[in-house]
Every structure is written in C-alpha cells, then in structure tokens.
Design a protein around this ligand. Structure first.
Ligand SMILES: N[C@@H](CCC(=O)N[C@@H](CS)C(=O)NCC(=O)O)C(=O)O
Length: 276
C-alpha cells in the first residue's frame, strides 16, 4: 500500500520529483499547522493512500507540504488557502482541489489514477469506515454542524485572523486591499484565509458571524468587524502595536458607546471606500 511522505525542504522536493516515472500520478497536499481542516484532510489522504498499491515504479506518489515553510512551492502551484491538493503527472498539473471536501478529493484522485491504470486496491474495512465518516458532510444538518465546528476552529487559527478576498499579496477586492494596508501600516501580525478559494467558508462564515460581508477581522476568536470598524479603530487610536487585545477593547467600547456607529457612519460615507 502507498504511504504519505512529508516533504520538508526544496532539496527533498527536487529529489522526490526527479525519482518519479513520467506516468506516476503525484498527489501533493499543501497544509498549514494552524488550519484545523488540514488535520482532517491528512487523515482522509493517508487513508486513501492505503487503497493504492505500492508498485515499482510507483503509479501514485503521495506527498504533503507545509505551505508556509515551502512558500516557493506554494507560489508555483498558486496555493492561496489550505488545505489545497494538486494532482500532477509528468510535471503537468491535472487538477487542483481547494478546501476540505473528502468527496471531491477522493473523486479527483480516482479519476486521474484510473486514467493511468493505477486502480485502487480492494478497500479495507477500516479505511472504508473513515472515508464514510468524512463523507457524512453530505447530510445537510450534519454538514452545517461540521462546517460551524470548522469555522469555530478557523476563526481561532491565529490570534488575529483576517477573512478576505484574495491574499495579502494579491487582494481581490478594494475593501480587503484597504484592510491589508491598515494591518501592514500598523505592523499587526495576522493569519489570513482567502474566502474566494472556499465557497463553503465564504457563505458559512456570514451566518456563523452574523456579518454579511468581507473582509472580517477576528481577534482571539471574536469578530471585531469589517473595514469600516477596523479603519476607524486605527485612525482613532493611531495604533502601533501587535497587541491583539487592542482590537477587542475597541470592540467593547463600540458596544458600550451608542454614538460610536452614528459618529462613524457620517465620517465613513463622507470618505467613501473603493468598491470591489
Ligand atoms: N462596509 C463594508 C464593506 C465590505 C463589503 O461590502 N464587502 C462586500 C463586497 S467585497 C462583500 O463581502 N459581499 C459579500 C460577498 O461577496 O460574499 C466593511 O466595512 O467591511
């Protein structure tokens, strides 16, 4: 049976890739230690790998890559969110799957493995059970429960988390671009999630947060707000610190000060903001 190999350096990557036959289906799983869905995806992939026989030369090769540690590879494969799966053969990308849907991942791997004759071995009982568990997301109630659990972990993935359109180096919306600029100017360290890469998160987080738009800035698992609120916080306090608690204090003040939003909405509409 095939197993998953962790690639920890560019040298190890080069060596691994050069050892493959042109017909080998290379399955690359990009992950990040702080993203909880990656742990689930890792279980799914390790389980799937066991279903494919280890042959010589290998018909399938399974590797996982820390997307932040090996950022050159992440850029090469346009990884904008994790988990992110790349299927490639002979150096050519066949398909990518963004997000943590076990069903999508399994279907994609089966499709490309079968086209090269690398059929999975008979499914063993244990693996089958784990896959079924991963697929329970098809039941709408269960899926929502799972999604909210995932979102609960995602908003706490870093002390300051930005849910945005695009990435900090390439924002895909004027609001997100402004938010990134504010955080950069104020030297705030933050994790980010590109909601354009995962529609489940994009739609689900609106309901989870009870907040209809992006960007969304979360601090210690609590929503601070969108661009209007955050930009005002920084303007008002000329914030120059990485202390995430600051934003929570601002949020508290806003909640206790009825005039806060009134005052700001005038200022905001006067200034105007770039549309996405
Ligand atoms: N005034 C908002 C502006 C953000 C906004 O209107 N975002 C829109 C357009 S980028 C949005 O996220 N719409 C929902 C969606 O695209 O899913 C703020 O303060 O953040």
């Amino acid at each position: 049976m095939s197993t998953m190999k962790e690639i920890t350096s560019l040298a190890a990557w080069e060596q691994h890739v050069s050892s493959l036959a042109p017909s080998t289906l290379l399955i690359i799983s990009f992950h990040a230690p702080w993203a909880a869905p990656c742990a689930q995806m890792s279980t799914v992939l390790k389980t799937l790998a066991t279903e494919y026989p280890a042959t010589e030369p290998p018909t399938t090769s399974w590797v996982s890559v820390n997307a932040e540690d090996l950022s050159e590879l992440s850029e090469q494969y346009d990884v904008t969110a994790v988990p992110f799966l790349v299927l490639s053969r002979g150096g050519k990308v066949l398909e990518t799957v963004s997000g943590s849907s076990a069903v999508k991942v399994r279907n994609a791997i089966e499709k490309h493995a079968t086209s090269s004759g690398a059929a999975p071995a008979a499914v063993n009982g244990g693996a089958d059970t784990e896959m079924k568990e991963a697929e329970e997301e098809q039941d709408p109630e269960k899926a929502k429960e799972e999604l909210f659990k995932r979102l609960g972990e995602l908003v706490k993935a870093a002390p300051v988390m930005l849910f945005m359109k695009g990435t900090p180096s390439s924002p895909q919306c004027g609001f997100s671009r402004q938010m990134v600029a504010i955080l950069r100017e104020n030297a705030v360290k933050y994790g980010f999630f590109n909601i354009l890469a995962d529609d489940e998160v994009r739609q689900g987080l609106k309901e989870y947060a009870d907040w209809p738009t992006y960007p969304q800035l979360w601090v210690d698992g609590e929503l601070v707000g969108g661009l209007d609120i955050v930009s005002h916080s920084f303007v008002k306090y000329s914030f120059h610190s990485t202390n995430a608690w600051f934003l929570l204090q601002v949020k508290e003040e806003m909640e206790n000060n009825e005039d806060f939003f009134k005052a700001y909405s005038v200022k905001s509409s006067g200034e105007g903001v770039a549309a996405s």
